[in-house]
Design a protein around this ligand. Structure first.
Ligand code: HEC
Length: 156
């Protein structure tokens, strides 16, 4: 009985630690639910499946066009071949997550930029900013074209 009680306490404790982790890093829970299957736990991506986000997408956080793109990708999705670090990702689409709220999109993009790319200034990444990008609409194909026009080179 005593042992069972101890096991229960341990399990409870582990559960609380997990919850704390998710709370301590805003957006981590959303990433784990919606993005991790393709982009992998540390955002390292998987050749043939999805590009890395770590050490990749942070380069777009410093200018208005790039910021717009970073919110548009999860809102609208993207189709078409891209190249990251010399690896081509073709035939795989980035799905749209338009069902997520503006706050959730801001939160998960913030997590990707902060935790995987070391971006410090995320003051621009508010739910209102995401709402503006959502309002301007667009198609997955247009997102791909937008990527090709970004001021900071993407590698193709
Ligand atoms: C079903 C797999 C899949 C899921 C789930 C997924 N992605 Fe993607 N993601 C992709 C693919 C594939 C691409 C590249 C699309 C292309 O080549 O047009 C991509 C591209 C991206 C890019 C652009 C990368 C670049 O180099 O420009 C970002 C940012 C991104 N995803 C963020 C996310 C976020 C945030 C989530 C979770 C809300 C997510 N993805 C969920 C497959 C996925």
């Amino acid at each position: 009985m005593r042992q069972l009680f101890a096991t229960c306490l341990l399990t409870l404790h582990a559960g609380m630690l997990l919850a704390q982790d998710a709370q301590g890093k805003p957006g981590a829970g959303i990433y784990a639910t919606h993005c991790v299957a393709c982009h992998q736990p540390d955002g390292q991506g998987a050749p043939g499946v999805a590009p890395p986000l770590a050490g990749n997408v942070g380069r777009h956080a410093g200018n208005p066009e790039g910021r717009n793109y970073l919110a548009r990708v999860p809102l609208v999705g993207m189709v078409g071949t891209i190249t990251v670090d010399g690896v081509r990702y073709l035939g795989n689409n980035m799905p749209s997550f338009s069902a997520l709220s503006d706050a959730d999109i801001a939160s998960v993009v913030g997590y990707v930029l902060r935790d995987f790319n070391g971006v410090a200034d995320l003051s621009w990444l508010t739910p209102d900013f995401v709402a503006g990008v959502r309002q301007s609409g667009g198609t997955p194909n247009e997102t791909h074209k937008q990527r090709g026009r970004l001021p900071v080179a993407t590698g193709g």
